[in-house]
Design a protein around this ligand. Structure first.
Ligand code: PMP
Length: 408
């Protein structure tokens, strides 16, 4: 029989990189937030219940019947070529096409965008290297940077995304020349903010001038609420921009299929690093993604997701205006999954979380999205997963918690 203990008999044996690893705020929240009585605004899941499960069931059955043996073998470490071709067609819709130098040869299929980020860090980062990232930034990227023992320097952002002058300052003040800028320019996680068109150009020019590589992470670009699509940085620049994509938010996160677009020399390194880590990404889920893209109305499904999330965003923003104190501000995302809220002066989202959980509502404290301890006055709220009535009730409960904390 196993007994649970908090004592760690291996503490003096771990590799140095383990000491910087911390449980993410989100993972720590999962067990409490998933209790049925809690309205969780803490997650980041797509609403996969909006997929047509009968159609998908048939698709998977056909895949097994027609291609079962092959799709249950290993595949090349770079990923299946039929899927890489489809990925190029998906990217072409965003402007990353052949004229932007994108070809299936340059695509490396990964176990979600997350492995794409991990591979780029394995290939480019030594311990102590500096990485620039928006402040706040994606918590999972911070985990990868930590595991790579990199030093993160945040670049301030506002409603138009990262601020070019702040990028210049961060480059100038970095203790060593930064290895790359990590950015989520469209419907960012956690803020929902999009880098404006004019700033995209400026950011590229600054990075060019300083010889700074860019890792562009774009899981949400297609989830636009108003039909406007921002042009990825990679569509404007084939040099020095590594593009990370994923099917997690436009199809299904559980398939774990993503990709990196990189020029041949870097691609080869990424493939070697991936083979060392996982041999190859799942042949079966790659085959499923290929079938999905070639036989199902996937663009229609992306519209279905976007329409649903747009309604839920509207519900959340309306509930926030109705209930939150006047001293609060928040973002108005044009797409994606998240709203980012600023608490009244002096309130601490991390300290307030136990009260929120007691009031049966969960969010992610802002501190999880910074490497430097900032973010206490902020929180991330998810609107893609909970239905409208839960969103309204969650915001109502949360406003009660905020109002009582503000009175203390
Ligand atoms: N990057 C960002 C900005 C994300 O928000 C996420 C997922 N929440 C990922 C990468 C990881 O995505 P995947 O499921 O493709 O690994």
């Amino acid at each position: 029989m196993s007994t649970k203990t908090t004592q760690d008999d291996y503490s003096d044996r771990y590799a140095a990189r383990v000491h910087g690893m911390a449980q993410s705020e989100i993972r720590a929240l999962f067990s409490v937030a998933s209790r049925p009585e809690v309205v969780s605004l803490a997650g980041g899941n797509p609403f996969t219940a909006a997929l047509d499960m009968d159609e998908l069931g048939e698709m998977f059955a056909r895949l097994l019947a027609e291609d079962g043996a092959k799709s249950l073998l290993y595949c090349p470490g770079q990923g299946d070529v039929a899927l890489r071709e489809q990925i190029c067609e998906v990217m072409a819709l965003t402007g990353i096409d052949v004229t932007a130098g994108a070809s299936p040869d340059d695509v490396v299929v990964t176990v979600g965008a997350q492995q794409g980020l991990d591979l780029l860090c394995r290939v480019f980062l030594d311990p102590g290297d500096v990485v620039l990232a928006e402040g706040p930034t994606y918590v999972g990227a911070l985990g990868v940077f930590q595991a790579a023992q990199a030093r993160v320097r945040h670049v301030a952002m506002d409603d138009e995304g990262l601020i070019p002058a702040a990028l210049e300052t961060a480059i100038a003040e970095a203790p060593t020349r930064p290895k790359f800028l990590y950015t989520v320019p469209t419907y960012q996680n956690p803020t929902g903010v999009t880098l404006s068109e004019s700033r995209r150009q400026e950011v590229l020019e600054i990075c060019d001038r300083h010889g700074l590589l860019i890792v562009e992470d774009d899981p949400y670009g297609m989830l636009s609420f108003d039909g406007n699509t921002a042009t990825p940085l990679r569509a404007r620049r084939s040099e020095n921009v590594f593009y990370v994509g994923t099917f997690s938010k436009i199809f299904a996160a559980g398939l774990r299929v993503g990709w990196v677009l990189a020029p041949p020399a870097v691609r080869d390194k990424l493939v070697m690093a991936s083979e060392a880590a996982v041999l190859c990404p799942s042949t079966f889920t790659q085959a499923a993604a290929t079938r999905y893209l070639t036989t199902m109305p996937w663009q229609q499904q992306v519209k279905t997701f976007s329409t649903l999330y747009c309604e839920r965003r509207d519900t959340m923003l309306a509930a926030m205006s109705d209930h939150f104190p006047a001293a609060m501000t928040w973002t108005h995302p044009g797409g994606g999954l998240f709203v980012w809220a600023n608490l009244p002066e002096g309130l601490d989202s991390k300290a307030m979380l136990p009260q929120a959980l007691a009031a049966r509502v969960a969010y992610v404290p802002g501190t999880g999205f910074y490497a430097d301890g900032s973010g206490a006055g902020q929180m991330r709220l998810n609107f893609s997963f909970p239905p409208g009535d839960e969103i309204r009730e969650g915001i109502r409960r949360l406003s009660g918690v905020i109002n009582s904390a503000a009175r203390l």
